[in-house]
Design a protein around this ligand. Structure first.
Ligand SMILES: *Cc1c(COP(=O)(O)O)cnc(C)c1O
Length: 431
C-alpha cells in the first residue's frame, strides 16, 4: 500500500484494524467518519460531504477551524522555534501566555504551571495540594472531596475524583485512591437557593476535614459527567466552607474556561477565586494540546517550604512554544471579539429552538447555559445510530449516554446554529 496517498476506503480499513478511539473497542469497532479538512464551523468528510460542527471538538474550537489569525500565529512561531525544553529556559510565547492567564483569571491566582493536557493539569493541581500540606507538617491531609457526576480526566488521580459510577471505579478499585464524595449539587442554575442544598457537602467536609487536602470540582457546569448546570450559590458556599475548615479549593475550568458559560471563567458566576485552577481545552482555540494549572501565593509559598523545596513535576513538552503562541492568539481573538454578545445570542437561540424537544415523551429535560445546549433523554441513546442520522442531516453532533448536546464555536452564524437545532428537533422526534 502506498501510504503517501490513502483512499477513503484505505483510511477506514487501517482505522478498523489498528486504531483506538476514545472509549472504543477494537473487537467491535463502531463506525467512524473520515474528516479530511475543517474550516469555520464546517467539517469536510473524505467522501465530499460537509457537516456543520456542533461540538467544537469537545469545547475546544471556540473560534471555529482553520482561523486565519490562529494559523498566522502558529506559522510565525514555527519559523522561530517549534519547541525547546523548559528546564532552565524561558521564551516569549510562554511569558506572554503566563501574564495573560494571570491577568484574566480570578484574583489572586498568579502562578502558572504549563502542561500538555487537561488530565495532566488535574494531576498537577492535586500534587500541588498534597505538597502544600506536606510543607505544613500535615501530610495526613492527602484525600480529596469532590462531587458526584464530576469529570476530571482519565489518568489515575483524575479518575479517582470522577463520578464513581459513570467513571467505573470498580474496574480499578485496587489502585484508585479512595476519595470522599458528596452528592451532586441539587440546586439547578437559576433556581431559588436553599441553604439545605449544601448540607451533604458540609457534612462530608466536616467529617473528613483532617484528611482532606482539597475540594476539587467543576464550577457551575458538570460536563462529561452529566452536563448539569448548578447554582452559583452552591459554589459560594463551597468556597466559604473550604476557608472555614482549612481545605484548599481546586476549580477545574478545563471545560468552562474562556467564555463558554457566558463568563470568561465559571468561577466568576459566584465571584469566588479557587486556590488552584486548571485550564485546558479552549486554551489554544482547539489548535494544540496545552493546559495550565494556576495557583495563588499561599499555595506557591507553601510548596516552596515543603521537604522537596521544589514542585515535583516537569513535563517534556512543558510550555511548548507553538501551543503557547496559538493560545496567545486565541485569547487575543476572544477578548477583542464581542464574545459576551455572541454567547448571549447563541444562548437565546438555543433556548428558543431546542424548546420543542420538551414536548417529546422520550425527553427528560432540555437545558441551556451560555453556548451549551443539552437535551437529556429518558433512556440511553444508540450513539452509532443517532450519529448516522445526524450526519445524514448534515451536522456533526456526537451524543453520549442519555445526552444529546451542542457547544458550537462562538462565531457560529445564526443560520448554521438553526441547522444544528433543527437536526436535533427532527432526529429526536419520537416515531
Ligand atoms: C476534558 C476535561 C478534562 C480532561 O482533559 P483532557 O485534555 O482530555 O485530558 C478534565 N476536566 C474537565 C472538566 C474536562 O472537561
Amino acid at each position: 500500500m502506498n501510504l503517501k496517498h490513502l483512499s477513503d476506503q484505505q483510511i477506514h480499513a487501517i482505522d478498523q484494524a489498528h486504531v483506538w478511539h476514545p472509549y472504543s473497542s477494537l473487537s467491535q469497532p463502531l463506525p467512524t467518519y473520515h474528516v479530511s479538512a475543517a474550516s469555520g464551523v464546517r467539517l469536510q468528510l473524505g467522501d465530499g460531504r460537509e457537516l456543520i460542527d456542533g461540538m467544537s471538538s469537545w469545547w475546544c474550537a471556540i473560534h471555529g477551524y482553520n482561523h486565519p489569525h490562529l494559523n498566522e500565529a502558529v506559522t510565525a512561531q514555527l519559523g522561530k522555534m517549534s519547541h525547546v525544553m523548559f528546564g532552565g529556559i524561558i521564551h516569549e510565547p510562554a511569558a506572554q501566555l503566563a501574564q495573560r492567564l494571570v491577568d484574566i483569571t480570578p484574583e489572586p491566582l498568579n502562578k502558572v504551571f504549563f502542561s500538555d493536557s487537561g488530565s495532566v493539569s488535574v494531576e498537577i493541581a492535586i500534587k500541588m495540594a498534597l505538597q502544600f500540606w506536606q510543607a505544613k507538617g500535615r501530610a495526613e491531609k492527602s484525600r480529596l472531596l469532590t462531587l458526584r457526576k464530576g469529570y476530571h480526566g482519565d489518568t489515575f488521580a483524575a479518575m479517582s475524583v470522577c463520578d464513581p459510577e459513570t467513571g467505573m471505579h470498580h474496574l480499578f478499585n485496587e489502585v484508585l485512591q479512595q476519595q470522599v464524595f458528596s452528592e451532586s449539587p441539587r440546586c439547578r442554575f437559576g433556581e431559588d437557593w436553599l441553604q439545605d442544598y449544601l448540607a451533604d457537602f458540609e457534612r462530608q467536609l466536616t467529617t473528613h476535614k483532617d484528611q482532606l487536602a482539597a475540594v476539587i470540582l467543576e464550577p457551575i457546569v458538570q460536563g462529561a459527567g452529566g452536563m448539569c448546570f448548578y447554582s452559583p450559590e452552591y459554589l459560594k458556599g463551597v468556597r466559604a466552607l473550604c476557608d472555614e475548615h482549612d481545605v484548599l479549593l481546586i476549580a477545574d475550568e478545563i471545560a468552562t474556561g474562556f467564555g463558554r458559560t457566558g463568563k470568561l471563567f465559571a468561577c466568576e458566576w459566584a465571584g469566588i477565586s479557587p486556590d488552584i485552577m486548571c485550564v485546558g481545552k479552549a486554551l489554544t482555540g482547539g489548535y494544540m494540546s496545552l493546559a495550565a494549572t494556576l495557583c495563588n501565593d499561599k499555595v506557591a509559598a507553601g510548596i516552596g517550604e515543603s521537604e522537596a523545596g521544589v514542585f515535583m513535576h516537569g513535563p517534556t513538552f512543558m510550555a511548548n512554544p507553538l501551543a503557547c503562541a496559538v493560545a496567545n492568539a486565541s485569547i487575543e481573538l476572544l477578548l477583542e471579539s464581542d464574545w459576551q454578545g455572541n454567547i448571549a445570542r447563541i444562548e437565546a437561540q438555543l433556548e428558543k429552538q431546542l424548546a420543542p424537544c420538551k414536548a417529546y415523551n422520550t425527553v427528560a429535560d432540555v437545558r441551556v447555559l451560555g453556548a451549551i445546549g443539552v437535551v437529556e433523554m429518558k433512556d440511553f441513546v444508540d450513539v452509532a445510530a443517532l450519529q448516522k442520522r445526524f450526519v445524514e442531516a448534515g451536522v456533526w453532533i456526537r451524543p453520549f449516554a442519555k445526552l444529546v448536546y451542542v457547544m458550537p464555536a462562538f462565531n457560529i452564524e445564526a443560520a448554521d446554529l438553526s441547522s444544528l437545532t433543527a437536526a436535533i428537533v427532527d432526529v429526536l422526534k419520537p416515531d
